[in-house]
Design a protein around this ligand. Structure first.
Ligand code: ADP
Length: 750
């Protein structure tokens, strides 16, 4: 050491240099590292005083025992190689406590003249403060990183001009629809879909100028879940600077506002749609905002209807009606604001600034709700009902007229719905039946019908209602004032709409009791009279036949012919009386039938043959293919055929041809008698089978008769289970037919 000092400088100078050096300096000698020299800074650093000089290292600073330094020193001593310690940690007893400290130091070997290592020169600088500062910085950086990673907002940091994704929290990764692999990549590689969108340019601008960029509800298209989708974000790009103020990166924060933007857009679209609907509606429509009922949209029809000025939008409807909240229009328009439900204004007579008009409207006000389900506006839709009201009033007047008319009628009048449920009876019904005029018993009308008629009438009414055919019948109704039954003729016809669907039934019951009684009397009288006439007539006929024979014997042919003619007239009289008797018998159900099976073809042939003799003026052609038997009263059926052929003769004064056919087909034998006579009008064809029905008008006397033949025939045919009908053309001729089931088919057999 002495030599070293001698060789290098003056001892004092070196000592002073050593003592005052701005670094801690120590000289340790020998195997035990005895403190040879320690400068001030070194003493401060070890927290010791001069007393350590001359002491071995571990004696002087025992706390170093279990630390790495003695071993390093040993290595340097053994190898002679300098050792650099950087930011190394040591524990030192300083100021009464064991302190942690950090050092940069150099251990270099001290050699003697022979180059042998004899000690170690230590130069040390304490860097505890620096290390602490670095630690703090790291902690703060970690905190910052954590802050970003756990932020509630999607956050990312891009570094450098290349915009390398240095950090992106999970939220940001979700925004991008990417995973952590994007970290460390350049933004344009991480999100290639941003190409063509403005973000790279914006980032470059922020990097260049340092001005923060903020965007609201900006559109960004990102590939999320494998497909390119559009999102809307509020986001910012903020420059990150280093201590020297240089821009080193960009902080990107973003909030997804797609839902809000879309909702807003939908709301805007809805509003536009509502506006267009209102403006183009074919009805008067208006949108009134807030409880103040401010006109927001008002279409032309609405303006015209209420004669509103052009600048009505923005005005309040309340002002228009002098602030009268009870005014029906205002009350109706405000109601949805109070109840949240639609309201209506019915048959309101419109008033304009000039006063009341003759126009009437119906309005419905519908609430429009905002996002908080509060009513923000009402839409009023109007419908002019002026014409409807006028018609309704007229209808009411007509109905009243009808009611009065129906009530003034001497007959019972009624209407039912299409299902036959009574809708109306005139007063006459209630007065006659004694039922309640409030209508409670209306549908129980069958109770007033005589019980012998009830079933038949009920069935018929049901059948007519179901089938839509006119209803006509006779029945007895009880007169409540006397408890007696009277006969009524009842008719009901269905009223149809333009499609032919029944909408109502209209009917009346006419009292025919007296007429019916008279008819009975007449029938009784006819029965008695014809019966009484028959006996003397039979005698006259017998006398006439005797007289004729006698006159012929005496050769008085002239008088015999007179008597024969008289006999023919007696025959006619006889047949008329027979008809009258038959009718009374049918009426009383006393007609006698002697029934059995017979061949219709033979019967027709027989009858035709007989008539050809008696009326040789006519040509009667017969065609028949029938050999089947029918079942019935042969004489009565013969009477039917005679009647049809006699009528054919009687009603064909100009044409002598008569065709008779008898055809068997499908289990029926049909006989038709065709003439080429006067024929029948269409509307009379069904009527001819009714009792006493006769050809009318000026022909009445041309063709004598009682109008009973066809009635009796139809009764006989019906009795035999057949039917009778006519086809006729007025002026051209008629074909009367009847058919009977062949024997075995006849169900009437009894
Ligand atoms: P009558 O012949 O005694 O009047 P009928 O009952 O036989 O009674 O006939 C009823 C009505 O039917 C007749 O009055 C006549 O108007 C019509 N009639 C019947 N047969 C014919 C026919 N062959 N041609 C045209 N009209 C007929």
């Amino acid at each position: 050491m002495d030599r070293f000092l001698k060789e290098n400088s003056s001892r004092e100078m070196l000592l002073s240099l050593f003592a005052e050096a701005p670094v801690a300096m120590v000289v340790l000698m020998g195997e035990d590292f005895i403190f040879q020299a320690v400068n001030k800074l070194a003493l401060q650093l070890f927290g010791k005083d001069e007393a350590i000089v001359g002491k071995p290292l571990l004696k002087a600073i025992p706390e170093l025992k279990d630390q790495k330094f003695p071993a390093i020193l040993r290595k340097v001593l053994d190898s002679g190689k300098t050792y650099h310690g950087h930011h190394e940690r040591a524990l030192l007893h300083r100021n009464g406590e064991l302190q942690e400290a950090f050092f940069d130091y150099i251990y270099s070997a001290l050699r003697d003249a022979d180059g042998k290592v004899i000690g170690i020169h230590v130069i040390a600088t304490e860097v505890t403060e620096t290390i602490r500062a670095i630690q703090e910085m790291q902690e703060s950086e970690n905190r910052y990183r954590d802050l970003i990673l756990n932020a509630d907002v999607a956050t990312a940091i891009y570094k450098g001009e290349e915009m390398v994704v240095e950090m992106a929290n999970d939220r940001m990764l979700r925004v991008w629809g990417k995973d952590k692999s994007v970290i460390g990549k350049k933004l344009k590689d991480a999100l290639p879909e941003l190409d063509g969108q403005p973000f790279h340019q914006l980032l470059a601008d922020v990097h260049r100028t340092g001005n923060t960029y903020k965007a609201e509800e900006d559109r960004v298209d990102l590939v999320v879940d494998g497909k390119l989708q559009t999102f809307y974000y509020n986001f910012s790009y903020k420059a990150i600077r280093n201590i020297s103020g240089e821009i080193i990166g960009i902080l990107n924060m973003a909030v997804n506002v797609t839902e809000q933007v879309l909702a807003k857009r939908r709301a805007q679209e809805n509003e536009a749609r509502i506006r267009s609907i209102i403006l183009n509606a074919p009805l008067p429509m208006v949108l009134l905002r807030s409880e103040k009922l401010i006109f927001e949209i008002c279409n032309e029809r609405n303006s015209d209807l209420w004669a509103l000025p052009d600048d009505v939008v923005g005005q309040s409807i309340i002002e228009r009606f002098d602030e009268h909240l009870n005014h029906p229009v205002i009350a109706a328009a405000r109601e949805p604001f109070l109840t949240g439900k639609p309201s209506r204004l019915w048959e309101y007579r419109i008033e304009t600034e000039e006063g009341e008009t003759d126009r009437y409207v119906n309005y419905v006000f519908h609430p429009l709700f905002d996002a908080e389900r509060q009513v923000e506006a009402v839409i009023g839709t109007g419908y002019e009902v002026t014409e409807e009201l006028r018609i309704r009033r007229q209808l009411r007047a007509n109905e009243e007229k009808f009611r009065m008319l129906a009530n003034s009628m001497p007959t019972i009048a009624w209407t039912t719905d299409r299902f036959g449920n009574v809708e109306f009876f005139n007063d006459k019904w209630y007065a006659y039946t004694g039922t309640d005029s409030d209508g409670t018993d209306d549908n129980d009308w069958l109770s007033a019908v005589h019980e012998d008629d009830r079933k038949r009438v009920g069935k018929l009414w049901e059948k007519c209602v179901r089938g839509g055919s006119a209803y006509e019948t006779e029945y007895r109704l009880q007169d409540k004032s006397s408890n007696r039954y009277r006969w009524f003729l009842v008719r009901g016809i269905p009223l149809r709409d333009e499609n032919g669907e029944i909408i109502q039934w209209i009917g009346n019951n006419t009292d025919i009791h007296d007429f019916k009684m008279l008819q009975n009397q007449k029938d009784d009288f006819l029965g008695i009279a014809s019966h009484e006439l028959k006996t003397p007539l039979t005698s006259i006929k017998a006398y006439a036949q005797v007289l004729e024979k006698k006159l012929r014997k005496t050769g008085d042919d002239k008088n015999a012919d007179f008597v024969m003619k008289m006999d023919r007239q007696v025959n006619k009289l006889n047949s008329l009386i027979a008809d009258l008797l038959d009718v009374t018998k049918i009426q009383n159900g006393k007609m006698q039938y002697t029934e059995g099976a017979f061949c219709m073809g033979d019967l027709v042939e027989e009858v035709v043959e007989q008539l050809r003799h008696t009326a040789d003026k006519y040509r009667i052609d017969l065609v028949h293919n029938d050999k089947a038997d029918v079942y019935g009263d042969k004489d009565r059926i013969g009477q039917v055929i005679i009647n049809l052929i006699s009528n054919a003769m009687k009603y064909s004064p100009q044409n002598e041809q008569i065709n008779v056919t008898c055809v068997q087909e499908n289990g029926q034998v049909t006989i038709c008698v065709q003439d080429f006579g006067i024929g029948l009008p269409d509307d009379k064809q069904d009527k001819v089978f009714e009792q006493y029905y006769r050809v009318s008008g000026d022909k009445q006397h041309t063709f004598p008769g009682l109008g009973l033949g066809l009635y009796i025939s139809s009764e006989i045919v019906k009795r035999a289970g057949g039917r009778i009908w006519v086809n006729s053309v007025l002026g051209k001729g008629s074909t009367f037919c009847f058919s009977l089931p062949t024997a075995g088919e006849n169900e009437v057999v009894s």
